[in-house]
Design a binder for this molecule. Structure first.
Ligand code: ATP
Length: 225
């Protein structure tokens, strides 16, 4: 029998953070497929606050938030959480997860969704080992980051966490609030925000790589000139 989120008291809350500059189908497909495999009740999209080292001139956090809202608008599974942008200062995922844990209560499974590239860099995140106290981590494929080579690409500390926390069992994710890692094959879409920005700047159309509503917003606000 499949899991029916409507019938369970503690359907997972998936949390998906990113710069979303702009949000694209690589993000949305990952969120949809992970939500389906976990039978998550909601995917919370959390656009990152001020990332001083990578903000694109001309694209404000408010605009990244607006694009995220447009992309999420027609999917009842997706909600947009603007807390990192509202803070206006750089914030850390561990702090966002601590807040979400406080709001969700101690028992509900929280699952942080990440692409393979983000996961392989996890050990550089602020207080990264505490992430597992607040949430599970679900890792998705990303072209260029073959799953077979992940173990060797991980720094030792991360590999230790990977080996002790990895599970293939959705029930163990749904049955506890936090602390496991799950890896999933998702449709590999070789789309990146960087390439979309470069295409737009070169006068090429990024159409079909991201939702039309986001593309219209980019055009009418003359983003990525
Ligand atoms: P940029 O090119 O500006 O670095 P990006 O396209 O990598 O942006 P981010 O907002 O930095 O997007 O990514 C947020 C999250 O989405 C990260 O966990 C990243 O691994 C994941 N992600 C982004 N694009 C894809 C993709 N095409 N397939 C799988 N995961 C992706």
């Amino acid at each position: 029998m499949g899991y029916n989120p409507a019938m369970t008291e503690h359907a997972p809350l998936a949390v998906f953070g990113g710069t979303f500059d702009p949000i694209h189908y690589g993000h949305l497909r990952l969120a949809q497929e992970m939500a389906d495999s976990l039978a998550a009740a909601e995917v919370r999209l959390v656009p990152a606050g001020v990332p001083p080292h990578r903000a694109t001139p001309g694209v404000s956090p408010a605009m990244r938030l607006a694009m995220t809202r447009l992309a999420a608008a027609d999917n009842p599974l997706f909600t947009v959480d603007d807390r990192e942008i509202r803070k206006g200062t750089p914030c850390y995922t561990v702090e966002t997860l601590a807040e979400l844990r406080a709001e969700a209560g101690p028992r509900r499974p929280l699952v942080l969704l990440v692409g393979a590239d983000a996961f392989l860099g996890l050990a550089s995140w602020h207080r990264w080992q505490e992430l597992f106290a607040f949430a599970h981590v679900a890792v998705a494929q990303r072209p260029g980051f073959a799953m077979e080579s992940w173990a060797t690409a991980m720094p030792l500390e991360l590999r230790e966490e990977w080996e002790s926390r990895l599970t293939d069992d959705i029930a163990s994710i749904r049955g506890q609030p936090a602390g496991r890692i799950i890896a999933r094959e998702t449709t590999r879409l070789d789309i990146s925000a960087t390439r979309i920005r470069l295409m737009a700047a070169a006068g090429k159309s990024p159409r079909y790589l991201l939702p039309d509503a986001v593309l219209d917003y980019i055009r009418s606000n003359h983003l990525y000139p």
